[in-house]
Ligand binder design. Sequence first.
Ligand SMILES: Cc1cc2nc3c(=O)[nH]c(=O)nc-3n(C[C@H](O)[C@H](O)[C@H](O)COP(=O)(O)OP(=O)(O)OC[C@H]3O[C@@H](n4cnc5c(N)ncnc54)[C@H](O)[C@@H]3O)c2cc1C
Length: 305
Amino acid sequence: MRSMLLAASQNVWLRDHAVNFPFVRRSVSRFMPGETLDAAIDAAQALLQKNIGSIFTHLGENVADRAEAHNVSDHYLEVLDCIHQVNLPTEVSVKLTQLGLDLSPDLCFENLERILQHEHPSKTVWVDMEASNYVDVTLEIYKRALRAYPNAGICLQAYLYRTKKDLADLLPLRPAIRLVKGAYKEPDSIAFRKKSDVDENYFVLAQEMLRAQTAGSCARAAFGTHDVQLIRRLSDYVVGQGIAKTQFEVEMLYGIQRAEQERLAQAGYRSVVLVAYGTYWYPWFVRRLAERPANVWFLLRNVLA
Ligand SMILES: Cc1cc2nc3c(=O)[nH]c(=O)nc-3n(C[C@H](O)[C@H](O)[C@H](O)COP(=O)(O)OP(=O)(O)OC[C@H]3O[C@@H](n4cnc5c(N)ncnc54)[C@H](O)[C@@H]3O)c2cc1C
């Protein structure tokens, strides 16, 4: 089911047609508050009332036009201004293929740099990690950005065998890292297949990040996961090591594990929600379906509704 859905997430016909079906639109509304920036801002304000932080991402990927990639960075500049005006602590997370990576790494870097220049240095500009063919170039661009902008952050994926080494290479540069399990379809030759292996690798890498954060070589260690068991295991480690609760940051996607998001915030940990918005939601939404088969039943229930 996961493989089928991940293949469907790349299907151009489905992307162009499925988004028009009302039951698909109803289903996606579970994972995003709306298509507009205003909807994202309303959601962030509601989260803040519960002491939950937020990160915005404007959905889109694999932009094939220079002007469009430039427009995406323009959009993020406006987003940063709006966030500032409404006085939210919200950060942003960007996909490099949306900033023109497929066209040219230099063009992509320029677009990323515009956003970094515009953001307040106390806030992180996160760079998402996409499919494995982009990992090398994403890390190169990230390292280049980090040298000039210490507030640049990167996502690493625990399902890839290479991530242990990538983490070790990054730590001397004092990165900000969000660790996730990984959302793309990757071959067994480069990625753990079994969930238990991915979880174990995640736990090992997470402990390294927390140790590095305490030692000052990781500017920020954030954990992007909804896996309650893994979160408990990590929070036990944090408490056992005497690490301050505010140094343990868990990031989740809007609409998923809301009770756990609130529990973490109430317990004094850093709880942050990534709020996605925009009209180009099809591939992102289908990756969310692939993460949990029960979401497909939710989609089917919406067909009947
Ligand atoms: C803040 C954030 C940023 C991310 N950025 C990236 C990125 O840049 N690159 C990348 O490859 N991936 C990214 N991801 C996605 C990530 O790689 C995983 O695919 C996703 O988080 C699901 O894995 P999990 O850690 O929640 O664990 P899983 O083992 O998949 O899930 C654990 C439990 O969480 C719940 N759950 C998980 N996913 C869903 C869902 N979609 N709907 C409902 N319940 C769910 C279920 O109860 C499930 O049993 C990001 C995730 C987050 C939270």
